[in-house]
Structures are given as C-alpha cells and as structure tokens.
Design a protein around this ligand. Structure first.
Ligand SMILES: NC(=O)c1ccc[n+]([C@@H]2O[C@H](COP(=O)([O-])OP(=O)(O)OC[C@H]3O[C@@H](n4cnc5c(N)ncnc54)[C@H](OP(=O)(O)O)[C@@H]3O)[C@@H](O)[C@H]2O)c1
Length: 330
C-alpha cells in the first residue's frame, strides 16, 4: 500500500524536501497545491507530480490524498491544518508547528478529535546521529544530564518582502531557528520550568536575535542562541555528570557527534543521514499512517505543545505577538 502525499506551499523547503521521497518506501507525492495554478503546475512538472492545484482547499478535498505536508509560512499552518484534519487527512506540519500557543492547542485538539495522524516536521529528532546520541544518553554514557548549550545563526539582510522578516507571516529568529534550539533542549532535558529571553527586533517588529536561558527540574539549564544576522556554527553540547557530547554542526541535521567521557579518549560517531536528511521524518509519517497510529513517539504532539509554550513565552518577553491567519485557506 502506498501512502499518497499532497504538498501545500511549493516554496524553498518544499523544493528541498521533495527529492527525499525517493528514499521513502511506500510513499508517492500525488499532488501539490499553490495559491497560483502556474506555480503548482511548474512544481508538479519539475518533480514529476501527477496532480497540481491552484487552491489549497481543492487539494485538501481530493479524496485520493492521504497526508498533507504543510510548507507555508507559520501563520498559515493553523487554518490549513484545521481544514486538513476535518477532511480526515493526516498532517506533517513544518516547524514551528503554528505561530501561537493557542493555535497549536486548537490544532492538536482538532487532530485528536478527528483521530488523524499529525506531527511537527522537526527533522532533527529523526537524524541517525541524534538517535544514536540519545541512546548513549539513555545508557548513561555521560552520567546524569545537567545542561545543554546550543546556537544556530544565519546571515540574512533585512528584506520586508521575505516571509522570514514579515510580522504577519510569523517571521523572526524564534519561530524559524529558536524552535530547533528549544526542541533540542526539551528532547534532552524535558519540560522547562522557567524561560528567560533577551533579543533585538527587526524594523518589521519580528525578532532578529534571541538568547534563551531555560531552567529545568533539579537544576538543569539550557543556554541557547539564535540569530538572523550572525553566522553561528550550529553547535550543540550536552553536559552530564561524567562527560559531554558534542553534536557537530549543524546540530539540527548532523552527520557526526563526539562523545567525551572522563578518563577515556574521545570517540567520534559518524552517522550520515539519508538523502538531504528529510527522508527520516517522511518515513516516520508514512510508516505511522500505514500502521494506523495517530502520533509519533519520537516527535509527540505534547512535546510540540511544550516547545510552542516556550516560544510564545520568549516572544511575549520581547514584546512580539503573532496571530494565526484565519484566511489562509485559498
Ligand atoms: N525543515 C527545514 O529545514 C526548514 C527550512 C526552511 C523553512 N522551513 C519551514 O518551512 C515553512 C516554509 O518556509 P519556506 O522557507 O519554505 O518559505 P517560502 O520559501 O516563503 O515558501 C512558503 C510557500 O508558502 C506559500 N504561501 C502562502 N501564503 C504565503 C504568503 N502570504 N507569503 C509567502 N508565501 C506564502 C507560497 O506558495 P504559493 O504562494 O505558491 O502557495 C510559498 O512558496 C516554514 O514553516 C519554515 O519554518 C523548514
């Protein structure tokens, strides 16, 4: 049985990800939807996709589509997700899951009510290197985990026409890059008990840089930096009571990590990802749907909600408030 995918929003990430379906058994990209028929047709022609729609709504109504991949700007995820869930479609929603905590909660409620599979496309958690590092943590390779330090920065010139800088589209470093940092810390340390955020703003009112300090039970901490204007390496380090693990750049889709244990030589593990690294999350979703599951155990919706709460807290501390776009469905 082949799971039939539909892509909403043929932009940068959709172009980067679609080739990885070649590595996903039992999956076909059946359809693509754009706000413009010409863009949908062009994407379909380029990637050999059978059906193209000049309306998101029309593709969601296609009874042959099993799962929708939402690859639009952040403020559109919520209403596209709601429509897809009520049409009984499974969902893979690009990070950040939504632009607001309310939006995330209501989308999670909807997918649970409709009993459909849904997952945030946090591809980091499915990288072979990350899975192996987590296994070592579980086996106590660095003792009890105490803290996480990570950074992720890019250099982008301010461009008000780019969704990354657009307030109405949920732009800024927090939802684009900070989400990786917070999700990584949450994966390793659990649920934060406190959030402090410092940062600066773009002329459009979205955040340009943010540094998070998160507190966890039993004294755990995470120090996390992201920026749209600094070429940070994308390093993550996990510190325990008897050693540390360096996830080598860029930690959100790493190929290698180094285990440092007190009294031992350091050990490098090289575990490259398949394709461009998106194949692993696509396999997870495809297998879950085939198996009749409604959530991923690796990227559960409750973790997405915890992360979204931290992102919202940080945004509020910087004076930023986003709204979901209720008219996103064209
Ligand atoms: N996993 C990763 O590595 C990764 C990397 C980059 C981005 N992302 C995530 O992927 C999502 C999309 O990011 P992207 O960089 O691919 O964005 P993008 O290049 O701007 O593409 C977004 C697409 O959404 C559609 N869209 C609908 N309404 C829009 C609007 N008002 N303005 C602009 N586009 C609109 C557009 O397609 P049509 O108009 O043709 O429908 C556009 O091509 C975000 O959630 C982002 O965080 C993930």
């Amino acid at each position: 049985m082949s799971i039939r995918w539909g892509i909403v929003g043929p932009g940068r990430i959709a172009h980067n990800l679609v080739g990885d379906f070649a590595h996903v058994p039992d999956a076909t990209v059946l359809a693509v939807a754009s706000r413009s028929s010409a863009r949908a047709d062009a994407f379909a022609a380029e990637h050999g996709i059978e059906r193209s729609y000049g309306s998101y709504r029309d593709m969601i109504a296609d009874p042959d589509v099993d799962v929708i991949y939402v690859a639009t700007p952040h403020t559109l995820h919520h209403s596209i997700g709601l429509a897809a869930a009520s049409a009984g479609k499974a969902l893979l929603v690009e990070k950040a899951f939504t632009a607001t905590l309310n939006g995330a909660e209501s989308l999670v409620d909807a997918v649970r009510d409709h009993n459909v599979f849904a997952m945030e496309a946090m591809w980091t958690r499915f990288q072979p290197a990350v899975i192996a590092a987590r296994k070592l943590l579980d086996d106590g390779a660095i003792g009890a985990v105490r803290s996480v330090q990570a950074d992720l920065g890019v250099t982008r010139s301010f461009d008000p026409t780019d969704r990354v800088f657009a307030h109405e589209l949920g732009g800024g470093a927090i939802l684009d890059l900070g989400v990786y940092l917070v999700s990584f810390a949450q994966m390793v340390l659990g649920n934060p008990t406190s959030v402090s955020a410092l940062g600066s703003l773009e002329p459009s009112g979205v955040d340009a840089d943010v540094t998070f300090l998160l507190g966890f039970d039993q004294g755990g901490t995470a120090t996390l930096m992201s920026s749209l204007h600094s070429p940070m390496p994308g390093h993550a380090r996990i510190f325990g009571t008897t050693g540390w693990i360096d996830i080598l750049p860029r930690f959100h889709h790493p190929n290698s990590f180094v285990l440092h244990r007190q009294g031992h030589e350091s050990e490098q593990f090289d575990l490259p990802s398949l394709g461009s690294g998106f194949s692993h999350e696509l396999i997870e979703v495809t297998e879950a749907i085939k198996g009749g599951r409604t959530e991923s155990a690796v990227m559960p919706l409750d973790d997405t909600l915890i992360v979204q709460r931290v992102l919202e807290d940080a945004l509020t501390q910087l004076g930023i408030r986003f709204d979901e776009d209720p008219a996103a469905l064209v």
